[in-house]
Design a binder for this molecule. Structure first.
Ligand SMILES: Nc1nc(=O)c2c([nH]1)NC[C@@H]1CN(c3ccc(C(=O)N[C@@H](CCC(=O)O)C(=O)O)cc3)C=[N+]21
Length: 301
């Protein structure tokens, strides 16, 4: 009955990936093989599944992928050596360091070590700063995917009030920056916000990225709001494990204009934009290389 309200992330991701596949084929035609290095430290089972999915998706669109597995007792220095090698390797265009890292490692230092032009997650401070200034830089995949879904659901976003719930560096903050760039009025709510529910009820657009299963129910939503659920929470449901979002889907559905399901919403978009960023990185690196060699030629003649 409410099927028309579902925002189909799988179908949208397939459209993005189709475009990526065409771009990859064009690069192959120029003898460029886009390549993504994925670094996985430790053996967290969920991370292993995510990494496998990323590698499968890369293969499907013709991106070469190289997986680097490091033991969970790896030191930050050892990880930095690998990152340095990948930075220096001209055949690698994108580097993804799967998060979270084991507790003894310095995550920020590792992310800062990735060459900004290979930082397909958009987590390096240079890319974070560039996004905040509204420049065209490599941008975090999940927020990019959310923005794509919003643009294809709401059309014009200008002047709309978007409420982002959650202020993480990987979703909440870059999401707010992208929505500002799209001319939304943006409110960011978090665990210390006073009266978060009442503020959220003013939103035309709600992005839920708190990591708390089914926290957001109908009482948080203005009738007709558009809801993007970034949460991926594994819960025990009568002895069976299943995935739910940060939004209580059944409660929200009758109140909203549109909503993303979990699974099948934001998750597939994250991977699609990782592929898109990898191709963009490969293109940019080859442009940079070409202008460098042209400059050398000019200086010779
Ligand atoms: N450096 C880094 N970059 C990331 O982008 C990153 C990361 N670390 N660490 C972990 C999170 C998680 N993440 C997901 C991507 C796709 C799905 C996805 O495709 N989910 C499917 C199916 C999920 C399932 O069935 O298990 C869905 O929602 O429909 C989920 C989660 C990327 N992450």
């Amino acid at each position: 009955m409410n099927a028309h309200k579902l925002i189909d992330g799988k179908a949208a991701a397939a459209r993005v990936l189709l475009q990526v596949r065409e771009d990859v084929a064009r690069l192959h035609g120029q003898a460029i093989q886009p390549a993504l290095a994925v670094i996985l430290v430790g053996n967290d089972p969920a991370s292993q599944v995510y990494v496998r999915n990323k590698i499968l998706r890369a293969e499907e669109v013709g991106i070469r992928s190289v997986e680097h597995r490091l033991p969970s007792d790896t030191s930050t220095e050892q990880l930095l050596i690998l990152i340095g090698q990948l930075n220096a390797d001209p055949a690698i265009h994108g580097i993804l360091l799967q998060l979270p890292l084991p507790a003894q490692m310095d995550e920020l230092r590792a992310l800062e070590a990735i060459a900004p032009d290979k930082d397909v997650d958009g987590f390096h401070s240079q890319n974070v700063g560039g996004l905040s200034q509204g420049r065209a830089v490599l941008t975090p995949c999940t927020p990019s995917g959310c923005l794509y879904l919003l643009e294809h659901t709401c059309g014009d976003l200008r002047g709309k009030h978007a409420v982002v719930i959650g202020r993480s560096n990987i979703v909440g903050k870059p999401m707010a920056a992208l929505l500002l760039k799209a001319d939304c009025s943006v409110t960011v709510l978090h665990s210390r916000s006073h009266d978060a529910q009442a503020l959220c009820r003013q939103a035309d657009i709600v992005i839920a990225a708190v990591g708390r299963a089914r926290l957001i129910d109908a009482s948080w939503l203005k009738p007709g709001a558009v809801v993007i659920d970034v949460g991926i929470n594994r819960i025990d449901d009568d002895g069976r494990s299943r995935l739910v979002g940060d939004v209580d889907f059944d409660s929200a559905l009758p109140h909203v204009a549109a909503i993303t399901p979990v699974p099948g919403g934001v998750g597939p978009m994250t991977i699609a934009f990782l592929m898109k960023n990898t191709v963009a990185a490969a293109q940019a690196q080859h442009h940079a290389l070409r202008s460098q060699s042209e400059a050398v030629c000019h200086s010779i003649y």
